[in-house]
Design a protein around this ligand. Structure first.
Ligand SMILES: [Zn+2]
Length: 141
């Protein structure tokens, strides 16, 4: 990625505590010309258990949500942190979904894209790394 920008915006339509049903609605408000991936940090009230979500290319075509990741404030809760491996980043996890055009890695081996608190850590495979490099937003050095 050439660079990253932090843009702070007010919640549209007074949608303060949102769940995944609002992500697509908010994504529709983002200009299609905006550089992607876009990672949004949003507030959730915890009722839905939402912590993060990513819309990747292979699964969602070219909809407004493609290459967007959504991370809620729930990842800052003690409950969330307690069950995650030290060094694990929910931001990196959602970005890996986008760059890897990948769902979760299923199995006993720990991985950044593990599918449960027991199987996630900050490890990526060489194959995942090569896939990430091929994402259109990645500029080769
Ligand atoms: Zn995930």
């Amino acid at each position: 990625m050439a660079d990253a920008k932090l843009i702070v915006v007010d919640a549209p339509n007074d949608w303060l505590d949102i769940d995944h049903n609002r992500y697509a609605q908010i994504a529709q408000m983002i200009p299609q010309s905006a550089a992607r991936p876009i990672l949004a940090f949003v507030r959730a009230d915890g009722r839905h258990g939402d912590t993060g979500y990513a819309y990747r290319r292979g699964r969602f075509g070219q909809a407004a949500t493609v290459d967007t990741g959504w991370i809620t404030n729930e990842v800052n809760s003690d409950t969330y942190k307690k069950i995650r491996t030290s060094g694990y980043s929910p931001l990196a996890h959602e970005l890996a979904h986008i760059l890897g055009n990948s769902g979760h890695v299923i199995g006993d081996e720990k991985n950044l894209l593990g599918n449960s608190p027991v199987t996630v850590n900050n490890h990526i495979t060489k194959e995942q790394c090569e896939t990430f490099k091929r994402h259109p937003s990645i500029t080769p050095l």
